[in-house]
Design a protein around this ligand. Structure first.
Ligand SMILES: [Zn+2]
Length: 272
């Protein structure tokens, strides 16, 4: 701080002139700064639109899978496209009033199982998940395509949630699929029915045998089961083994998706 009285009192006219000019400049500068910060503030308010960042990363597009879209599935920050038939996270009801969550296993997180030629479980899961979503939307359901650790999973509410995974590429001779729900379920009857529907329909549609002996703790204690709302029936399906069942999983993925779709519809339509 300047000791004003003494300093200005003894100042020469020239020095006083300099001081006056300097303080005027400071005033102008302060004005400019205020104006700039006000403008920046206004810009941020309009650009942000008041939306929390998590809401902007809403849904994947519903377009059929292509090599380009598969590549983007490995991207931790997928593009957000809201299909016309869906609403915001956790919001039940549209068309037929039923709301489904489909998790594309490992999406936005890691590749999952990897085959020697570079084929990843994550890309196989995503190709299947996109088709399941498209089929369910086509049948009038409201569907969210979710990532492995999606922001919407905590307390997620829906009529059903299915997480799609595939098994190791390193087990010669192993073929088959399996379905599981959380061990300590809050709604065991509902979740068992969803498990049964998926077993029955997936088996009938794809012709793949059941492989229940390889159900692991990773499935029955699957992280998403602990995040979603207690009353959202949730299951995880391992659609097949990437080595022995590769032809089905990769080249006949529409059939794989159909097996999951009919399994979900079996559960939901029975429930009405
Ligand atoms: Zn997996």
């Amino acid at each position: 701080m300047r000791t004003r009285g003494k300093a200005t009192g003894k100042a020469s006219p020239l020095r006083r002139q300099v001081l006056v000019t300097a303080s005027r400049l400071m005033l102008v500068l302060a004005g400019v700064l205020l104006l700039t910060s006000a403008l920046i503030g206004a810009y941020l308010l309009t650009a942000g639109g008041g939306k929390p960042p998590a809401q902007t990363g809403s849904l994947f597009s519903l377009s059929p899978p292509s090599s380009a879209s598969l590549q983007s599935s490995a991207d931790p920050s997928p593009t957000a496209v809201s299909p016309p038939t869906t609403m915001g996270p956790g919001t039940p009801n549209t068309s037929n009033g039923l709301h489904i969550g489909i998790v594309a296993g490992h999406a936005g997180y890691d590749p999952g199982a990897v085959c020697p030629d570079g084929l990843t479980e994550a890309e196989v899961n995503m190709a299947i998940a996109r088709q399941v979503v498209a089929q369910l939307v086509h049948s009038g359901y409201q569907v969210d395509l979710l990532e492995e650790f999606d922001d919407r999973l905590p307390a997620y509410r829906a009529n059903a949630l299915v997480s799609i995974h595939a098994d190791s590429c390193e087990v010669p001779g192993a073929s088959g699929f399996k379905v599981a729900r959380i061990t300590d379920s809050a709604i065991p009857e509902d979740e068992d029915r969803l498990v049964d529907c998926l077993y029955t329909e997936y088996e009938a549609t794809t012709g793949l045998p059941r492989h229940p002996n390889s159900i692991t703790d990773n499935m029955t204690n699957y992280h998403a089961f602990r995040e979603i709302d207690f009353y959202t029936p949730g299951v995880i399906i391992e659609t097949g083994f990437l080595l022995e069942d590769r032809d089905l999983l990769v080249h006949r993925s529409a059939l794989v998706a159909q097996g999951i779709t009919t399994g979900v519809i079996c559960f939901l339509e029975d429930d009405r």
